[in-house]
Design a protein around this ligand. Structure first.
Ligand code: NAI
Length: 728
């Protein structure tokens, strides 16, 4: 069963059940989106079916003066369109029909004679905000949970239910473009400033105030755009200039891999002066094309896996994680300082402990600077900024830990140092305090040995730079309890990160996969591949940074050390390339010494340039005979093969989580949907065929460990024999 191409769910409520209409006074109708089958309304087929019917009924009522559209609760308006439904659409004509059906409802709302007011609050993304845009006024609940915006381009589609023409109409082309291209969800205050909403009020006053406005007893002034509107929106030259600038930015950021932002750009620029019917048709055509494409499917897939990761962090019926109040970090260097700072910002009272006064001073200065910057940019309200600063205290002694809920060690990467720190912590903290480690290469299981209550020792592996990198690997040692893993995941989620639980294997997941990739890049370079072409090849593939540039950022010494650890753990298939050791000298360690593969100017805003002396490290032949596809295969399929071994060892519970970690931990091209989705898109038989071909090539046969690296993993061979996919 479907509704205009939109599948009705198996637990579909009866017609009329998703919407409640109340009449608190004569002339006023309050329409509550309140579906029985969801905790938070979603604009899915049953709700849209009922909304359509209610709006048609309201059209017939001549005595109505005002109509309010509200959520079941002030901070539960609606979570937007049914993303699962979008992910399931495979026929463009279905997508077209759905969009036109919703347009029809929203246009009917727009045409209603009574004054219509949307009373929104909580998350109001995409379709939910587009519904609001079809009302005369939008009133939002003033609460940190309120987040308003049009994030559709992040899912590979466009705001297709009126957003790409009603938003520019409301706030003008430049601001609408910013909202749509970034897909950012904005706080009520920001949305108000931009004219995306008309007023804010306390959540408990939301429906009351909206009703006053709907009944005409309270006037609302819409922000005037007078001159700006004339200068930009009605001026084709100004629009062309803005359009070109935005197009250039999008093209350089996406390297032509993501069609949705450019479609959205065209729609917004062309939106002025079109009839509703024409604007709607153009939106429907764009959605029909994009929603069935592989990029949208990949991005929707990532969305669902990351939602599942967040759900894991909320616990289950048997166990709900504590909300940590007090934490500590031992080791205030590059990682520890940033982790403590972020945790303090997110509400934990943090103690930062380091033997070195200089390290503590530097961490505190950094914390003050980061918070001051956020305050200046209005990302943090003054009282929250003050709180964040007050919550971070520092000490050179192991003290102030009596009430700690969690202590994370981020001291030097040496087992003896870490074990000694954990031993002291076990004595100074309550027995239920989690002992987390930020180690990037040591065994969590070994670290927990001899520690009382080892089930609370758990890896919490942040990536560098801490504030920017979205992934945290939650590493379960052999004795780590499920509860400890959930609580660390919950803390990571509270800190704005996406947690993925991984097994305690060398390199965990992300560094284990990056190993063969970076190693191969060094080998191709040494064998004569043009370094710039090599980095560009991977940028074109969709990686955020070329591998040689990434090596510079990681640090050639660290990368070399990590490569040796992987070699120790995995044997010949991870024998490190000699090139990197040759390169790594005291003054040539990458970005931190100003020179690696690239020359890094002191001013970070200036782009690094390739070093001119690199050819000295290169051999003349080898990689020059490889074409782009062959080089891509060596770089990426080497990683796929290692990922397949991780699947055999169940390093993550599911292939989806492995993919999520590749996207969030190494920036693996999201439009591919993750590393394993990429393998599926090639076809596993083809992956095996190509790996076998690489393993048989003379230079790989001659390379120690080359055949072991590229011989297809049993996991892939088995899938290929069954002609099966990783994601069934
Ligand atoms: P770092 O060298 O910048 O900082 C380590 C800090 O620990 C220093 O300030 C040192 O004074 C302090 N320290 C050493 N022993 C101590 C002790 N017994 N008690 C108190 N403080 C002590 O190191 P970084 O880069 O911050 O790394 C820390 C940990 O994070 C390591 O385990 C590393 O493997 C891991 N990591 C590092 C990443 C990176 O990119 N730097 C990325 C992910 C993890």
């Amino acid at each position: 069963m479907d509704l205009q191409g939109f599948p009705l769910p198996p637990n579909c409520p009866k017609p009329g059940a998703c919407i409640r209409v109340e009449r608190p006074e004569e002339g006023l109708a309050v329409v509550y989106l309140d579906p029985p089958h969801r905790k938070l309304a979603v604009l899915d087929a049953p709700l849209l079916r009922d909304l359509d019917a209610v709006v048609q009924e309201l059209q017939q009522e001549t005595s109505l003066k005002g109509i309010v559209f509200a959520g079941a609760e002030p901070l539960k308006f609606a979570a937007g369109a049914d993303v699962e439904g979008i992910g399931g659409i495979s026929d463009p004509s279905d997508a077209f029909r759905i969009v036109q059906f919703v347009h029809n409802i929203f246009t009917n709302i727009e045409k209603l004679k009574p004054t219509t007011v949307a009373a929104i609050g909580g998350p109001v993304p995409g379709g939910a905000y587009e519904l609001s845009l079809s009302c005369n006024f939008i009133i939002a609940a003033d609460d940190p949970k309120t987040r308003i915006g049009l994030p559709e381009t992040q899912l590979g589609i466009i705001p297709g239910w009126g957003g790409s023409h009603r938003l520019p109409e409301r706030i003008g082309v430049p601001l609408a473009l910013d909202a749509i291209m970034t897909g950012r969800l904005m706080k009520a205050k920001v949305a108000k400033k931009r004219g995306m909403i008309d007023r804010m009020t306390y959540p408990h006053k939301l429906v009351e105030l909206a009703s006053e406005i709907a009944m005409g007893r309270l006037k609302v002034k819409r922000k005037k755009r007078g001159m700006a509107k004339w200068l930009v929106d009605r001026n084709p030259i100004a629009k062309a200039v803005i359009g070109n600038k935005v197009r250039k930015t999008v093209e350089s950021k996406t390297r032509g891999k993501y069609p949705a932002p450019l479609r959205a750009l065209d729609l917004v620029l062309g939106s002025g002066g079109k009839s509703r019917a024409d604007a709607s048709r153009l939106e429907a055509e764009a959605v029909a094309e994009l929603a069935v494409g592989s990029i949208c499917k990949s991005l929707v897939g990532i969305f669902f896996i990351s939602e599942a990761a967040k759900k894991f962090a909320r616990g289950n019926d048997d166990f709900r994680p504590r909300e940590f109040k007090n934490g500590a970090v031992i080791g205030g260097g590059v990682m520890g300082g940033a982790i403590a700072s972020l945790a303090a910002e997110k509400g934990l009272s943090m103690r930062l402990i380091d033997l070195s006064r200089d390290a503590l001073d530097a961490a505190q200065v950094e914390h003050l600077q980061v918070i001051a910057k956020k305050r200046k940019r209005r990302r943090l309200a003054p009282h929250l900024a003050d709180g964040a600063i007050d919550r971070l205290t520092v000490s050179e002694q192991m003290d102030g830990l009596k009430h700690a809920d969690i202590v994370l060690e981020a001291v030097a990467e040496r087992m003896d140092v870490k074990k000694s720190v954990l031993g002291q912590l076990a004595e100074k903290t309550p027995s239920d305090c989690l002992l987390a480690t930020n180690t990037s290469s040591l065994s969590v299981t070994a670290m927990a040995e001899g520690i009382p209550n080892p089930e609370r020792v758990v890896g919490m592996h942040f990536f560098n730079p801490v504030r920017m990198m979205p992934l945290v690997e939650v590493v379960k040692g052999e004795q780590t309890s499920d509860e400890a893993a959930i609580e660390v995941a919950a803390l990571a989620a509270r800190m704005g990160k996406t947690p993925v639980v991984v097994k305690d294997v060398a390199g965990f997941l992300v560094n284990r996969l990056l190993g063969p990739y970076l190693d191969e890049a060094v080998r191709l370079f040494v064998a004569g591949a043009d370094p710039e072409a090599l980095d560009t090849l991977m940028l074109d593939f969709g990686m955020p940074m070329g591998p040689l540039r990434l090596l510079d950022e990681v640090g050639l010494d660290i990368a070399s050390h990590a490569a040796s650890s992987l070699h120790d753990a995995y044997g010949e298939r991870m024998i490190p390339a000699a090139g990197i050791q040759l390169l790594a000298t005291d003054d040539r360690l990458g970005a931190k010494t100003g020179k690696g593969f690239y020359q890094h100017p002191k001013e970070r805003k200036n782009k690094p340039t390739l070093c001119e002396d690199l050819h000295k490290l290169q051999q003349e032949d080898g990689a020059k005979s490889l074409n782009k596809e062959q080089m891509t295969d060596r770089l990426i399929l080497g990683m796929v093969n290692e990922a397949a071994r991780c699947m055999e060892e169940q390093v993550t519970a599911t292939a989806g989580e492995l993919d999520l970690a590749t996207v969030f931990g190494m920036g693996f091209a999201p439009f591919h949907g993750g590393l394993l989705h990429y393998a599926d898109s090639l076809g596993i038989k083809e992956v095996v065929r190509r790996l076998e071909a690489i393993a048989a090539s003379p230079d790989i046969v001659a390379r120690p460990g080359g055949v072991a690296k590229f011989t297809p993993a049993a996991y892939l061979v088995d899938l290929a024999e069954r002609d099966a996919k990783i994601f069934a």
